[in-house]
Design a protein around this ligand. Structure first.
Ligand SMILES: [Zn+2]
Length: 324
């Protein structure tokens, strides 16, 4: 079956429904997403791609079942830098390949017309080693780029339709990640994390500067992700003003481990590490989230989904609002 390129759909003004959280949903379904983690998220849900592929595939398929046009492969931290932290750096590419394959199996069986975003999260070294600097500065341009290019190649080889450089916090990392991801020839989406309620990026950099730094670079869409819904509402208009291409949003509604996680319940063996109690969705009910989705659509967002703590029920609630 012939599918249009995802970039053509966006150019035609279509609004696309993205999936919801995968790592948090795996955790909710009882998967150990903190295998061998000592005090931080380490590789988070990366190991589930080989240890629990059936659950990963089921989560993807549940999102397709409720109407997602785009699913994000569970490659978030199947990166060399994350896998290194649980002693699996040598096998990172096996986990990355498995994640992409799980998404392809789910898509081919769930909805062959859906798109797979191969999602690569930033190394996020500031959070791991406590130095507030862009990853590209800590790692050096060469290693940073090599890791992204190799990861993107795996995703492209397995059948991803686009590369999503997501969970990026610093402008310098956005620029280097976009350049590296574009080398495999697929469309590139950029997902910026943790914007604030003043409409700025995580480390106070402005959206205007981000967009001027990205000018002339091959970025096909910019999405605000893993930020709370109010912060997205504050930031989206600035992004729409400053960026010429399609924009989108996928919020975090209550799973926000941005600091050291020592002693947090989710990392304490004695306390439950699965089930709905790990999520704190508070007031962000499915209908409240649908209201936000409507607001973002009216602002001009063309890709809307969910990040941490959102599940298929949220995506199901958003669908009629953005597709009407
Ligand atoms: Zn998130």
């Amino acid at each position: 079956m012939l599918r249009k390129k995802v970039t053509d759909l966006l150019e035609n003004g279509e609004i696309l429904l993205m999936d919801g959280g995968t790592g948090s949903e795996l955790q909710r379904r009882g998967v150990n997403v903190l295998k061998d983690a000592k005090d931080k998220l380490e590789a988070w849900s990366a190991t589930s791609n080989i240890d629990n592929p059936d659950v990963v595939i089921q989560v993807h398929q549940d999102y397709l079942r409720v109407g997602a046009d785009i699913i994000i492969s569970n490659n978030f931290w199947t990166t060399p830098t994350s896998m290194e932290r649980i002693g699996l750096r040598d096998q990172w590419s096996e986990y990355a390949t498995a994640a992409a394959r799980n998404a392809v199996i789910a898509r081919d069986n769930g909805n062959p017309l859906a798109y797979i975003a191969g999602g690569i999260a930033a190394p996020t070294l500031y959070f791991r080693i406590g130095i507030d600097k862009p990853d590209v500065e800590i790692m050096g341009e060469e290693s940073f780029t090599r890791d992204y290019v190799e990861h993107a190649k795996i995703l492209a080889d397995q059948g991803a339709d686009l590369i999503l450089a997501e969970y990026v916090g610093y402008i310098a990392d956005c620029v280097s990640a976009v350049k590296a991801c574009a080398t495999v020839g697929l469309p590139v989406f950029l997902g910026i994390r943790h914007v604030d309620r003043q409409g700025n990026m995580q480390f106070g950099e402005s959206i205007e500067t981000l967009c001027s730094e990205l000018k002339d670079l091959p970025v096909d869409a910019i999405l605000i992700m893993c930020s709370n819904p109010e912060a997205i509402t504050a930031t989206l208009p600035k992004l729409i003003d400053a960026f010429d291409g399609p924009v989108g949003a996928y919020p975090n509604i209550g799973y926000n481990p941005t600091g050291p996680l020592i002693n947090k319940p989710m990392l304490t063996n004695q306390l439950p590490s699965s089930g709905p109690d790990i999520l704190q969705i508070g007031t962000y009910t499915t209908s409240r989230l649908a209201e936000f989705a409507m607001e973002w659509k009216n602002m001009g967002a063309q890709i809307i989904g969910g990040c941490c703590a959102t599940g298929p029920e949220h995506i199901m609630a958003i669908k009629p609002v953005i597709k009407e």
